[in-house]
Design a protein around this ligand. Structure first.
Ligand SMILES: C[S@@+](CC[C@H](N)C(=O)[O-])C[C@H]1O[C@@H](n2cnc3c(N)ncnc32)[C@H](O)[C@@H]1O
Length: 202
């Protein structure tokens, strides 16, 4: 069962100044959608699984001065991604583009997020899951995100597509079939889940 879709027109998308910014890893319009989704929760804390060189981290930090903490997770050289399509992605300069921002904390481990537990990460309002796109990591990162994202926050995944090269779509479709309220933004590879505020028992 595929995820339900929403149209980009329902999201408060703002123009982004791409001057001097690499477009690597993002299809046209996706960074703008990601920024709008992140902004919708007025984030104080962000965790990015798969921060790469920090292009997206810098864009989010620049867009939201209210952010206090941004943890960007990546792997050490030598890590072999589960999916062959990702093997050229391990960065030479992890977090490089965001390193000057004092709010940015680079979290590097041999196996990236797979070496992390909930005690290694701060509570946050946005978790952006864009690391290893194999099933084990997507399930692991989602489980971690669901423990650290505060009520009212949002989990956003990249690489929800049907090219068959990664497992994101299959895993998210399974979560949805099991009852998770995950939505796909049409014409993008982005999907998201809002973490509800605690409901008050009647
Ligand atoms: C598609 S790139 C991320 C792009 C980045 N999020 C951005 O928007 O610019 C995928 C990143 O995930 C990293 N990665 C792969 N396996 C990982 C793991 N197990 N934990 C954390 N990061 C991982 C890769 O090294 C790579 O930097």
């Amino acid at each position: 069962m595929s995820l339900p879709q929403i149209d980009k027109s329902t999201i408060d998308i703002q123009p982004f100044n791409w001057r001097g910014v690499t477009r690597r890893f993002m299809n046209p319009g996706e960074l703008e959608v990601l920024l709008a989704l992140a902004g919708s929760v007025q984030p104080l804390g962000v965790v990015e699984f798969g921060v790469n060189e920090g292009r997206t981290a810098k864009a989010i930090l620049d867009a939201f001065p209210g952010i206090r903490t941004y943890q960007g997770i990546d792997v050490l050289p030598g890590y072999v991604t589960t999916k062959s399509v990702q093997r050229g992605e391990v960065p030479q300069r992890p977090g490089y583009l965001a390193r000057r921002d004092k709010r940015f904390d680079l979290v590097l481990r041999a196996n990236g997020s797979l070496d992390l537990g909930v005690g290694d990460l701060l509570a946050c309002d946005v978790a952006f899951i864009d690391g290893d796109h194999g099933r084990v990591a997507v399930e692991h990162d989602t489980a971690l995100a669901r423990q650290i994202v505060r009520p009212g926050g949002i989990i956003i995944w990249h690489d929800y597509h049907d090219l068959g090269t990664v497992d994101v779509r299959e895993v998210l479709d399974e979560f949805h079939a099991a009852g998770a309220d995950i939505v796909h933004v049409a014409d993008t590879w982005l999907a998201f889940e809002r973490i509800p505020f605690q409901s008050v028992a009647a």
